[in-house]
Design a binder for this molecule. Structure first.
Ligand code: FES
Length: 258
């Protein structure tokens, strides 16, 4: 884990509420793995200067890339950063996704901007797979070109039908799991809790292993404050309370007690 000041190289808007921020942070990118996150504090924000966790979208050649949605004062301030500004970054944090799926086909399931860490994962897996991505509307579908550039099979669903199939990403997953060429698969998912739970249930029914990246409210990001606790289950069936920032954010679906 590195604690550093990172210089803004570039920032641009991806769609109405989403931004891509690229930071110079070679100490972080040297050790970052897909599924890990960084904790970022925007300086000069007064009482809103708490750190915010962001999944890592990219970590190549010293450039740390983040995709985020503006949802409050912290992220609105982040969106105002310009080239040459600096932010405080702690990371990489958390465990990340396992990268070895053997002979199984990687089947990535993303809800909204949950696609960001999965793009990083696809680039590091070194093999082709299938991306299923769903969101409310076309504007919330991001980064699909990353996957088509890697010759991945990309399938999109939106609830309003403005892009791809009309429906939920779990509808795409149902169709995918029913199609024999995609099985055996290894599922990796990132998105809201309801989606992750549904993905885990479908994976269990299909006998497919699934890795879920939980998106919990965080404060300290390093296991000290207990803001991000999650009930978990060991292989022997006993339960324990984990901290998503410290023990996750990635868990095998069978570990999570919803
Ligand atoms: Fe503090 Fe996880 S955010 S323990």
């Amino acid at each position: 884990m590195v604690d550093c000041m990172a210089r803004v190289i570039e920032q641009h808007r991806l769609s109405a509420d989403y931004f891509m921020l690229r930071l110079e942070a070679p100490e972080v990118t040297a050790i970052a793995r897909p599924g890990q996150f960084v904790h970022v504090r925007v300086t000069g924000l007064g009482d809103a200067a708490l750190r915010r966790p962001f999944s890592i979208y990219g970590a190549d050649q010293g450039v740390l890339a983040l995709v985020y949605k503006t949802v409050g004062r912290g992220t609105e301030q982040l969106a105002r950063l310009a080239t040459g500004d600096s932010v405080s970054v702690i990371g990489p944090l958390g465990n990340g996704f396992p990268l070895d799926c053997g002979e199984r086909v990687p089947l990535l399931v993303a809800g909204g901007y949950g696609v960001a860490p999965l793009s990083f994962l696809a680039r590091r897996l070194g093999r082709r797979g299938v991306l299923l991505v769903g969101a409310r509307r076309a504007d919330d579908i991001l980064c699909t070109a990353d996957f088509t550039d890697l010759a991945w099979d990309v399938r999109v669903a939106t609830q309003d039908g403005s892009r791809g199939e009309r429906g939920l990403v779990t509808d795409l997953l149902d169709a995918c799991l029913a199609t024999s060429p995609v099985v055996p698969a290894e599922i990796y998912a990132c998105g809201p809790d309801g989606m992750l739970r549904a993905v885990g249930e479908r994976a269990a029914a299909a006998g497919v292993r699934a890795w879920l990246s939980l998106d919990k409210h965080m404060v300290c990001g390093v296991g000290a404050c207990l803001a991000c606790v999650q009930r978990l289950r060991r292989a022997d069936g006993t339960e324990w309370i984990g901290r998503v920032c410290h023990d996750g954010p990635v868990f095998e679906a069978r570990e999570i007690v919803w």
